[in-house]
Write a protein that binds this ligand. Structure first.
Ligand SMILES: CC(C)(COP(=O)(O)OP(=O)(O)OC[C@H]1O[C@@H](n2cnc3c(N)ncnc32)[C@H](O)[C@@H]1OP(=O)(O)O)[C@@H](O)C(=O)NCCC(=O)NCCS
Length: 158
């Protein structure tokens, strides 16, 4: 199977936050942001694998910025690591208040692990990830470390 680059599957998705995304005071629910992040990670993984995929793990999430109705939320997703059938996607969320002449602020970053499945729902091999730049190689090495740690954790708990 031919390897693919990080560029091949990179995604950015923007959504304007509406009242249905928020509490009565106008603060957007964290779960709404998580859903957009999961969608973003899913598009990246499907672009890389071109198969059905499921989310197996979501790392810790810490919200650094309040997000309010009317703000534009943008999720930037890119593949950091690919194993045999699993892929790690980093999703960074920025928030921008369009009524102000100010740059978008980073609200959070989280790592998603997604698994490629065949038609019978079994894990299926994905293309290798060719990390080209120094930053991509560094992200890959860190993703590999997390991948090994998750495997060990699963082995010890199952
Ligand atoms: C994810 C899932 C397919 C893994 O199935 P499995 O039989 O445990 O598969 P394996 O043990 O062979 O693991 C397959 C790959 O997934 C990775 N993986 C599985 N569970 C993982 C977890 N909890 N965290 C990180 N990686 C995981 C494995 O490391 C392996 O990676 P590799 O092939 O790159 O080495 C299965 O647990 C599942 O279907 N979970 C539900 C997913 C889902 O429905 N998500 C949406 C929630 S609503």
């Amino acid at each position: 199977m031919k390897s693919k680059s990080v560029e091949d599957s990179k995604v950015s998705m923007s959504v304007v936050m509406m009242p249905q995304h928020a509490n009565p005071a106008g603060n957007v629910h964290g779960g709404e942001i998580m859903k957009i992040m999961d969608n973003t990670a899913g598009v990246v993984a499907r672009r890389h694998a071109r198969t059905n995929i499921v989310t197996a793990r979501v790392d810790e999430m810490e919200f650094h910025q309040p997000i309010r109705v009317g703000d534009v939320v943008t999720c930037y997703g890119e593949l950091t690591f690919a194993g045999k059938s699993s892929m790690e996607v980093s999703v960074t969320v920025t928030v921008e208040d369009l009524s102000k002449e100010e740059p978008a602020l980073t609200a959070l970053t989280a790592f998603f692990t997604l698994v490629s499945l065949d038609a019978d729902g079994h894990p299926q091999a994905v293309p290798a990830l060719a990390a080209k730049s120094e930053a991509e190689r560094c992200a890959f090495a860190e993703g590999y470390r997390r991948y090994l740690a998750y495997k060990l954790q699963r082995k010890n708990t199952n």
